[in-house]
Design a protein around this ligand. Structure first.
Ligand SMILES: [Zn+2]
Length: 442
């Protein structure tokens, strides 16, 4: 045997499992409170170390102690082209071990799945990107255009210490970025044995969180009283909670419904998209929320003693607006609650919508079809929000594209922030192959 036989390079499809597992074992719970959300720093250091091992320099940007973000730039072969931003958040929502089949931070490998909080939201994608970049560095692959990697903190609590911090305080990091890919898109939904939809996120609803304030006359709980803040607030909250806002089908949702109806053989009545949506099974919850503005009451606060009528009462409403409808939604709410209750915005982030066309979309679709000949890429609107909200403020065209092939019987949407969150290992490996192709050709 000669002595110059080198050890085989690790395959990115193998390495992604270890990387994802390591990340799942770092508890990056985002409680919304800086004092108890410090695991992000460890995860950020882990990512920086994995990049450094293969010669990629990165910079850590801490927005508050423990709240760390990692940024790196991989130079492309054609510097005249705009850069592609590839972003993933490192934080996760809390998980209660008592409710889980495995410990949520064990990264356990069982039944072909990697289990743990963050397995699909979104340490899976964080690991895929790392695996691809490490493989490229080891084998000398250079992407066609600059790729900016951003691993962020705080996505799960509004991104103030993550993406919003980076775009407002360090916007030069994203110089030249014209397009971006990130979470909640590129996953499969089985039509039948041979055909799968891949939902690529091209639109996101806006976030309009607001607080209602009712005022009344304070008084004694035993007496006749006709100006009670709790009663006024409760009436307004009930009216909002029961209200159904009118159906509005945007370009994204129309394109989705047309493609899906054809594939599934469902009759699509443009006047009544809800009948078609109801036939979509588990994804009906997601799509159903993207044909109208929504407003769900989530918190109530009033009073301090059983026999004292308080002078004030407040409620929090989680509203989500369709692209361009935030002001309309405010007027609709005003009409519902009347003039006497004040509206205060706690959070207002605009909706996003881009078209499902162009070279980047072609590259995503081609990469999916190459790895899954039964792939049918379709655009869709996410009812929630992501870090794309912050990056789109810089004029970057944002997509949700974290490719994942899923088993037909897996209720994927229920796993987001859900109990027993897990990712299929073969799906993760599929994602690495798709990303590798896509990032080489984008
Ligand atoms: Zn997420």
């Amino acid at each position: 045997m000669t002595s110059d036989a080198r050890p085989a390079l690790p395959a990115p499809t193998d390495e992604v499992v270890d990387l994802c597992r390591d990340l799942l074992r770092i508890d990056t719970t985002n409680t919304g409170d800086n004092a108890t959300s410090t695991g992000e720093r460890l995860a950020a250091e882990y990512v920086a170390e994995k990049l450094a091992e293969v010669g990629v320099d990165s910079v850590l940007h801490e927005s508050a102690p423990g709240r760390a973000n990692v940024i790196a730039r991989i130079p492309g072969t054609d510097p005249s082209r705009g850069a592609l931003l590839v972003h993933g958040h490192l934080d996760v929502v809390p998980a209660d071990p008592a409710e889980w089949s495995v410990h949520p931070f064990s990264g356990e490998l069982r039944d072909g799945y990697l289990w743990g909080r963050g397995a699909i939201d979104m340490k899976d994608f964080d690991a895929m990107v790392l695996a691809v970049v490490r493989h490229w560095q080891r084998t000398g692959v250079r992407p066609p255009r600059d790729i900016v990697l951003a691993y962020t903190a705080d996505e799960e609590a509004g991104s103030d210490y993550g993406a919003h911090f980076l775009t407002s305080r360090h916007r030069e990091l994203f110089d030249g970025c014209t397009e971006a890919i990130g979470e909640v898109g590129g996953f499969s939904y089985s039509v039948d044995e041979s055909r799968r939809l891949y939902l690529i996120e091209t639109a996101e609803k806006g976030i309009d969180w607001l607080r209602l304030h009712a005022k009344g006359r304070p008084g004694h709980g035993s007496m006749v009283h006709d100006d009670n803040a709790v009663t006024a607030l409760a009436e307004a909250v009930a009216r909002i909670g029961r209200h159904r806002f009118p159906v509005v089908v945007t370009d994204t949702v129309r394109a989705f419904l047309e493609e899906v109806s054809e594939l599934l053989g469902i009759e699509l009545d443009p006047e009544d998209p809800e009948t078609a949506i109801a036939k979509l099974g588990p994804i009906a919850n997601i799509i159903g929320a993207t044909i109208r503005n929504t407003a769900n009451p989530t918190r109530l606060a009033a009073g301090y003693k059983e026999n004292v009528i308080p002078g004030r009462a407040s409620a929090t409403i989680d509203c989500r607006s369709l692209p361009g409808q935030s002001e309309l939604l405010e007027r609709q709410l005003r009409e519902l609650i009347g003039p006497d209750i004040a509206i205060e915005y706690i959070q207002r982030q605009p909706a996003l919508e881009t078209t499902f066309d162009g070279a980047l979309v072609e590259a995503m679709s081609a990469a999916l079809r190459a790895e899954d000949p039964g792939a049918h890429p379709v655009p869709y609107m996410l009812s929630g929000g992501t870090d794309a909200k912050a990056f789109s403020q810089l004029g970057i065209r944002c997509f949700g594209f974290a490719p994942l092939r899923l088993p037909a019987d897996l209720n994927f949407s229920a796993l987001f922030h859900g109990i027993d969150e897990r990712v299929p290992v073969d799906g993760l490996q599929f994602g690495v192959r798709v990303l590798d192709r896509f990032l080489r050709t984008c």
